[in-house]
Design a binder for this molecule. Structure first.
Ligand code: SAH
Length: 253
C-alpha cells in the first residue's frame, strides 16, 4: 500500500512549497487540499487524470473515506495543508484514523505563514536583548484555550508573538495586550495574505492596530505580530561578533 503524504503547501506563493512537496503532488493520483487557504496554483503540475478534492467542503469522515479507500486501492494520495501542517493543521485526527487502518504516512513540512509574515516585514523574531522566544498562539474562538494559554497569560512574557486566526478579534486582542502591561506604543504588524499578490501589510502599535484593521477591512487570512522585534532597538549578535570565538572562527581577542 502507498504511503499517504501530508504536505505543507506554504503560505500562498506557489514557489514557496518544498521541492519534495511539489514532486509528490505532481505524482499523486488523489489530491485532497484545504481550498480555503491553499493556493490552487500549487496543484498546477498535477497529472491530467488526478482526482482533486477540496476539503473546505468536506467533513472529517468524508476526507478520511476518500483518503483511506484511495490508499487501499494502491493510489498515491496527498493531503495538502496550508503553511506547515503542524500548526493549526488538524492533522493528528487524520493520522489517528490512518493508524487504525494500518495505513502509513509521512509529513513534508512547509513554510508557515508566520515565517512568510516575518519575511514580508523583513524582521527577525529573535533579536538579542529584545526577545529570544517566539510564541505562536491564537485567540480563543470555537476552540477553547487550555488553562494558562490565554493571550493574557502568554502576553506576560513579552516575547515576540505571532497570533494566528485572530484578526477578526483585534479590539479584544489589543485590549488584552494593554491589560497585560504592553506599552500602547509597542509595535504591531498585521500581514494579510503573506506572499500572495494581494499581500497587504499594516504597521501600527497596540493602541492603533484595531482601528487600522477596521479601516482596511481585513477580516481573515492575516497574521498578527506584536513585540519589540518590530522596532529598531537591539544589540548585535554574539555569533558574528568579531571578538567572539566560535567553533568555526577565532575571535580577534
Ligand atoms: N498551517 C498554517 C496555519 C493554518 S491556520 C500555517 O502554518 O501557516 C489559518 C491561519 O493562518 C489564518 O487565520 C491566518 O492567521 C494564518 N495564515 C495562513 N496563511 C496566511 C498568509 N498567507 N498570510 C497571513 N496569514 C496566514
Amino acid at each position: 500500500m502507498e504511503k499517504v503524504h501530508f504536505i505543507g503547501a506554504g503560505p500562498g506563493d506557489p514557489e514557496l512549497i518544498t521541492i519534495k512537496g511539489k514532486k509528490l503532488i505532481d505524482q499523486a493520483d488523489v489530491i485532497i487540499y484545504a481550498g480555503s487557504l491553499v493556493n490552487p496554483a500549487v496543484l498546477a503540475g498535477r497529472k491530467k487524470d488526478a482526482e482533486v478534492h477540496d476539503s473546505a467542503y468536506m467533513n472529517l469522515d468524508e476526507v478520511m473515506d476518500v483518503m483511506i479507500s484511495a490508499a487501499k486501492a494502491g493510489k498515491k494520495v496527498v493531503r495538502v495543508h496550508t503553511g506547515d501542517p503542524s500548526i493549526y493543521g488538524a492533522i493528528r485526527e487524520q493520522m489517528v484514523r490512518l493508524d487504525a487502518e494500518g495505513i502509513d504516512y509521512d509529513v513534508i513540512p512547509g513554510v508557515s505563514s508566520f515565517c512568510a509574515s516575518a519575511a514580508a516585514v523583513k524582521k527577525e523574531f529573535t533579536l538579542p536583548s529584545v526577545s529570544q522566544t517566539v510564541i505562536i498562539t491564537r485567540m480563543e474562538g470555537r476552540t477553547p484555550m487550555p488553562d494558562g494559554e490565554k493571550l493574557k497569560d502568554l502576553a506576560k512574557h513579552h516575547a515576540s508573538m505571532c497570533i494566528f486566526l485572530s484578526v477578526g478579534f483585534m479590539d479584544e486582542l489589543t485590549k488584552t495586550l494593554l491589560e497585560a502591561g504592553y506599552a500602547p506604543d509597542c509595535p504591531m504588524a498585521v500581514v494579510y495574505k503573506a506572499s500572495w499578490p494581494e499581500q497587504k501589510i499594516l504597521y501600527g502599535t497596540v493602541s492603533d492596530m484595531a482601528e487600522k484593521v477596521k479601516e482596511n477591512k481585513i477580516e481573515k487570512t492575516a497574521m498578527t505580530m506584536v513585540g519589540g522585534f518590530l522596532g529598531d532597538k537591539f544589540e548585535l549578535s554574539k555569533l558574528y561578533d568579531s571578538h567572539f570565538t566560535t567553533g568555526y572562527r577565532k575571535g580577534t581577542d
